[in-house]
Design a protein around this ligand. Structure first.
Ligand code: SF4
Length: 378
């Protein structure tokens, strides 16, 4: 298979192995938001689709001469697919990319199903594992529960212990910010789990579906600033916090490591269990089908997807930002925030982030802390 080489290639491939989840978190963007397309998808990615996914990623890496690609195994809950499917996907992709292409694989899981079989597969295929947890037992179990209301934290702890016993596979924690949780207690509980990194995520919200705590003020900035001060001024670095490290990096002229801030981001494509290509999972929080491209690995090359309007509109460049962002003093750091947070009633993204005031305040605070720490004149 050959592709026409032009446009910006994808570097990150989010592969949905299973479209269902064993948890029913109340804020989940897959099951409890406006896009209900999961109902029509196959539960597990089939061998035929796995083969097509591997072939498409392989031809994409070859056509664009990609030296490194990032494969993120995702769901629903990807572990529901079972260890054999995980192995098939990874061996399939690695066998299809050119020998010079490094394939970096991570898997994002709720952590409740990790057992020895999975750990053995993770170790054998060098798969980094990220676990979603929202704090300690109380904070986590307020939202992250089974459909019958049973809590999940105890199972996550067990899964984490199994993962740790296998060495260096754990990449970190992914934590959705809930401002009703105490920020310091949440940080201490997360750090007590000894994660290599924490990813603090603002809730997926936008101007049509505003954040729960949106009634005036800057509750998200205030929550994050409390955590930042505890983390930044600690006598030694206890863990990495991706959002804060990205803001600091951007303030110092570097690049962002998260799509939450900054004007750069890895170009990513999401592949659903039926092989359909979606611009981004986060768009499931905007309008039904807003992320759909109508393309499929069974018919279309990934090069075609790089030119799709739904993909192009997500490129984080200055000239794609709304006028207000273009004149904003923190635009080079904020970058308009997360793309999905800019969705408005007109069905487009030409708006500042629904978290604009929070982002400005947080970035200003981090800037002052960096200036203080470096002993610079403001
Ligand atoms: S702080 Fe607000 S106006 Fe400034 S770049 Fe971010 S979203 Fe746009």
């Amino acid at each position: 298979m050959t592709e026409l080489v032009r446009d910006v290639p994808f570097q990150q491939f989010i592969v949905k192995l299973h479209s269902r989840c064993n948890l029913s978190c109340d804020y989940c963007y897959v099951y409890h938001h406006v896009d209900q397309s999961w109902r029509d998808r196959p539960k597990v990615m089939s061998p035929r689709t796995i083969e097509a996914v591997a072939a498409r990623i392989g031809e994409h890496a070859e056509a664009y001469g990609l030296r490194e690609i990032f494969v993120v195994l995702h769901g629903g809950e990807p572990l529901l697919a079972g260890p054999a499917v995980i192995e098939d996907v990874i061996t399939g992709i690695r066998s299809r990319v050119p020998a010079a292409t490094r394939v970096d694989v991570t898997l994002q899981t709720n952590g409740t199903l990790i057992d020895e079989r999975f750990v053995e597969v993770f170790a054998r295929h060098d798969i980094g594992v990220g676990i979603s947890v929202d704090g300690g037992r109380e904070a986590n179990d307020r939202h992250r529960v089974f459909a019958d209301g049973r809590p999940s934290f105890a199972l996550v702890e067990q899964g984490l212990a199994r993962l740790r016993s296998a060495g260096d596979l754990w990449t970190g924690l992914l934590c959705a910010v809930d401002v009703t949780n105490d920020p310091l207690a949440t940080y201490e509980e997360l750090v007590a789990l000894r994660p290599p990194q924490i990813d603090l995520l603002l809730p997926l919200a936008n101007w049509v579906h505003p954040p729960a705590a949106a009634a005036g003020g800057t509750p998200y900035a205030d929550w994050l600033i409390t955590v930042f001060d505890r983390w930044f001024w600690a006598p030694h670095r206890e863990t990495g916090i991706r959002l804060f490290e990205s803001i600091i990096g951007l303030l110092l002229g570097g690049i962002s490591d998260t799509e939450a801030v900054g004007l750069n981001s890895a170009k990513a494509i999401t592949i659903e269990t039926d092989g359909q290509l979606e611009a981004s999972d986060a768009l499931k929080t905007t309008a039904p089908g807003r992320g759909a491209t109508g393309l499929s690995v069974h018919r279309d090359s990934l090069a075609v997807a790089t030119r799709h309007p739904r993909v192009l509109e997500m490129h984080r460049t200055f000239d794609r930002l709304p006028p207000l962002c273009q004149t904003c003093p923190v635009v080079k750091v904020c970058g308009g925030g997360h793309f999905s947070h800019r969705y408005g009633h007109d069905g487009g993204f030409a708006h500042p982030s629904v978290y604009c005031a929070d982002l400005r305040k947080l970035i200003g605070h981090v800037n002052r802390a960096v200036v203080d720490a470096l002993g610079l004149a403001a």
